[in-house]
Design a protein around this ligand. Structure first.
Ligand code: ACO
Length: 430
């Protein structure tokens, strides 16, 4: 039988080394290049990490060829259908489904952490009224480390757990307040009588002067959006959180770094960009013009919400969200012309050779804005909603890394192509 190794040969020197092949539960094997520099004096080179596994993880698995997504082994379709966001938070953090008692205790803990320190409230006043809510999120989430000193010991398991509870619980409050601040409206404190998504809706849209009536369709749809965004293995923001955490920075600082990364339009910012694109298309008759622009190599325009580094198949989350769009619009008796444009755009793109050849399918961001619009979430809050959902994934991945034996600081190398060594020239001689 062939040995479970890969041979790497430097043809210039003829020197060969054998490196071990590692196999996970699912997915392609990897070969461990940890000894390559020591043995061959070379680094591997992989900008964008298209062929590089950066860690071992037990949390989430994606099969991009088949369009499969598992959280702790459970298919996303089953969780979307039968579970709910806080149960999924428990699953991602603790690694298993809770008993009824464990879930109820967990929900109570999260509910009782939803308030934020009053001092943190004052931070909001320092932001420009026109600030993007994601800019406020980056600042306020980072500032949590200045208020919760008692859970910053990253080497203490219990301390990490408390930080995780705080982050999951406070994120909707921080997010809703970012929105209220931009509107000049009063901050609503959380209510312990309400569920996670319900609480967020009330903090977003309620007023202290009157009762806020929760729309169960909106709460369910939002809970689903949180659940579908909860984790996605080593994406850009999660990798950022891990890299920041590898320096042993505190969890709030690491999550704030993740929030900043998520904001970009190539990542979580795409949901906002999709709606802007659909609005710009305006009419289904203009779709072909936009498809042509997306295909033009000289035009930087891309179909937002299309394509994915890992999925070369329909993103399973997009499939679930697309179905939910029909359900939500139907239940709320809404007709959204942007949904019709999105459906038509998908149909045209999926028949187009350019998209077929490159295996470009709708990703999670393509339809999520349609649901969010239907339940009244403004476009500039879409990435904030993504942030709330993804917080559990970030903190679980961070916790997994911190818990590893022999944690190493993340420190990639480079191919230097700058000037060769040269002597400094005094200013009067230049
Ligand atoms: N529209 C048009 N062409 C595209 C698109 C798109 N949305 N996405 C990829 N392509 C093309 C590229 O131009 C490239 O073509 P080429 O081979 O002729 O040069 C080819 O498909 C491969 O694209 P890459 O950029 O190399 O793929 P990569 O894996 O690096 O990028 C990404 C993935 C960033 C998601 C990309 O598909 C994209 O920009 N999509 C639009 C933004 C988006 O929806 N982002 C959200 C991603 S999901 C998430 O983060 C939640």
């Amino acid at each position: 039988m062939a040995k479970d190794t890969v041979t790497i040969t430097d043809n210039a020197t003829g020197k060969s080394i054998e490196v071990p092949v590692l196999r996970g539960t699912h997915g392609p094997p990897v070969f461990d290049v940890g000894t390559v520099y020591k043995e061959l004096g070379m680094f591997t080179f992989d900008p964008g990490f298209t062929s590089t596994g950066s860690c071992e993880s037990t949390i989430t698995f994606i099969d991009g060829e088949e369009g499969i997504l598992l959280y702790r082994g459970y298919p996303i379709e089953q969780l979307a259908e039968q579970s709910h966001f806080l149960e999924v938070c428990y699953l991602l953090w603790y690694g298993r489904l809770p008993s009824a008692q464990e879930l109820s205790d967990f929900e109570t803990i999260i509910t009782h952490h939803t308030m934020v320190h009053e001092g943190l409230r004052d931070f909001y006043a320092g932001f420009h009224r026109g600030a993007h809510p994601m800019a406020i999120m980056v600042g306020v989430v980072g500032a949590l480390s200045a208020f919760y000193h008692d859970s910053l010991d990253i080497h203490d398991h219990r301390s990490r757990e408390i930080s995780a509870h705080r982050l999951i619980a406070k994120m909707p409050t921080i997010a809703a307040w970012a929105y209220r601040y931009s509107r000049g409206e009063p901050f609503m404190y959380p209510s312990n009588k309400l569920g996670y998504a319900e609480n967020f809706l009330r903090m977003m849209f309620g007023f202290p002067t009157e009762e806020y009536e929760i729309n169960p369709v909106a709460a369910k749809a939002l809970d689903l959006i949180f659940l579908l965004h909860a984790d996605h293995e080593q994406n850009a923001s999660t990798s950022t959180v891990r890299l920041a955490g590898s320096s042993q920075a505190n969890p709030f600082a690491c999550i704030s770094a993740g929030v900043g990364t998520l904001w970009g339009p190539a990542h979580g910012g795409a949901n906002e960009a999709v709606i802007e694109m659909l609005e710009e298309i305006e009419d289904a008759r203009n779709i072909s013009k936009f498809v042509a622009k997306a295909k033009d190599p000289n035009d930087p325009f891309r179909l937002m919400g299309f394509g994915h580094r890992v999925y070369k198949h329909y993103d399973p989350r997009a499939k679930i969200i697309r179905k939910s769009c029909y359900d939500v619009l139907d239940a709320l008796k809404l007709d959204d012309p942007l949904f019709d444009i999105a459906l038509k755009l998908e149909e045209i793109a999926l028949k187009d050779e350019y998209f077929v050849e490159r295996k470009l399918y709708p990703n999670v961001d393509f339809y999520s804005g349609i649901i969010q619009r239907a339940i009244g979430i403004p476009t500039n809050m879409f990435t904030v909603i993504f942030t709330i959902g993804r917080t559990i994934g970030w903190i679980s991945q961070w916790n997994e890394m911190i818990g590893e034996k022999g944690l190493k600081i993340g420190r990639p190398r480079q191919l230097y192509t700058g000037e060769a060594t040269r002597d400094y020239v005094r200013i009067d001689r230049r």
